[in-house]
Design a protein around this ligand. Sequence first.
Ligand code: BGC
Length: 349
Amino acid sequence: MRALTVAPGTANSAQVDDVPEPPRSDGAVLVRALALGVCGTDREIVSGAYGWAPPGERRLVIGHESFGEVQEAPAGCGVKAGDRVVGFVRRPDPVPCPACAAGEWDMCRNGRYTERGIKERNGYGAEFFRVEPEFLVKVDRALGDAGVLVEPTSVVAKAWDHTERIGKRSRSWRPQTLLVTGAGPIGLLAALLGAQRGLDVHVLDHHDSLEKRRLVQALGGTFYLGAITGIESLEPDIVMECTGAPSVVRGVLGRTASSGIVCLVGVSSPGHALDVDVGGFNRAMVLDNGTVFGSVNANRQHYEDAVAALRRADCAWLSSLITRRVPVAQWTQALEAEPDDTKVVVDFS
Ligand code: BGC
């Protein structure tokens, strides 16, 4: 079968390979891939800067934003042939640490977790894949192609879950204003979940796109073009930082209303030393009970929250997030970012 593979650590090694059928050890549920989402992490892996092959192997089957149709599954496991499913990215570490032992592999303490298509485990970028019944979520057919958005939405659902848990440290916490930095797929999905919570949504991006403006406005939100310094008067209760761009990260620190929460969802690359007024930052955080925290990955609850959030969303809005579909044979084209891209998917159907 065809699979999308890379040699982690080597730049531009992406190719389509003929690989054996997925091993039974990957899980009892056999799935035929329909679509695979491509994200910044995949581009980083292809650049050679991130990613690890399975132990003893040189190449990794890439792909962690899965969406497929069950071909065979053991009786009574919760899914059956014909069901549409999304496989989880992370698997608990082998020890396991207290978080992994409690099913919170997204909070793994020892870093020995594995991730499909990213860290030491082959991913979902193949015509067929296998997955353990306890590491997948069923996706209603009504969602159509938007099933491929479940994984990125799970990451955002976790960010919201933790933001709200932090907010509830004050019994009177009633957030009103949300600022999302970055109008990529993660930013737009974070804005969607904010709009579903009844917040006044503001989205900032450095790239002007009529389509992104339209998507934000369709949520009842306001789109801003340019730098954060252009919206100084906005005092958000919550910031979802989805760019990972060091100057934007610096710009959002200490930029919230009192008791504000900044959730860092975008991942930066190291090596960007910027001037930060640590004293000013500390003063703003302490005197205003501010919080800045990071959030990565997702556990079962977040995948279920993601499916529920996507079910509540407008189908046309969701499908316009998928701006490009690339056939398997040309999948490396999916890695080259084009100006009007939002979510690019590899089409296995
Ligand atoms: C994935 C996460 C993963 C993270 C770090 C992201 O692109 O969506 O599931 O934990 O990369 O590897």
